[in-house]
Each structure stands twice: as C-alpha cells, then as structure tokens.
Design a protein around this ligand. Sequence first.
Ligand code: ZN
Length: 138
Amino acid sequence: MRSQTEYLWFKTPRRRDYINITPRVDEVLAGSGVKEGLCLVNAMHITASVYINDDEPGLLQDYDEWLETLAPHEPVKHYRHNFSEDNGDAHLKRQIMGREVVVAVTAGKLDLGPWEQIFYGEFDGRRKKRVLVKIIGE
Ligand code: ZN
C-alpha cells in the first residue's frame, strides 16, 4: 500500500473566505502515485472547514450570508466563548460546514461528481492554518 501525507497552509487576509483547493489536492494526488484508493482532506483548526460543493460565486456569497444569519460575528459579547477572544461564531460556522471530506481515487484521479469541488472554508482568518491531505491506496 502507498500513502502520502501533505499539509497545505493558508493565511487568508479576511476573517472569512472560501477557497477552491481542488487543484492543490490534485497535485498531492499526482505526487503520490496512487491510482486506486482514498483521499482524506481535513481542516486542522476548529474555526475552519473543508467541504465539497459547487464553485459558483453566488453560492459562496449565499453560504457566507447564511452562516452570518445562523451565527453572526457581531456582537462578539453575544458568545460565552468570547471571554478572551472573538471567534465564538467561527467555531459554530466550522461545525455546520464540517471538518473533512473523503474522495475516492479512481484511475489516478479524484473521483468527484460533475460539479463537485473541494473547498477550504475560513471563519477566523488572518493567521496561518493547515489542512491535512492523506492519500492511501495502490
Ligand atoms: Zn475560539
């Protein structure tokens, strides 16, 4: 069995951002030599997500507005978690957008659906954070 582990780093200039990381995961897969297997991609921070959906600008804005409706950043004192920081909303946003995705590897490619793309969702940016990519297979 082959395996490949790599870490992708992010430091978004904005507090919240949605980044299509499919090309970067594709690069890790190409370097792994795996033709048949599984690819795990997970955010390593509790205020960021990895999820799969459409890369369509309207949808990204819809996500952002929906998440702000569910867990608005302001007022920061609304969250008990914010006794020493201001990211209580980011923890809740991360929970609903998820921690990780698993994608099948078939014939050396990510076996995604027609419009599926892998995204890094940042909810408390402006500092360095990591995403783990682990690929196992033959
Ligand atoms: Zn926190």
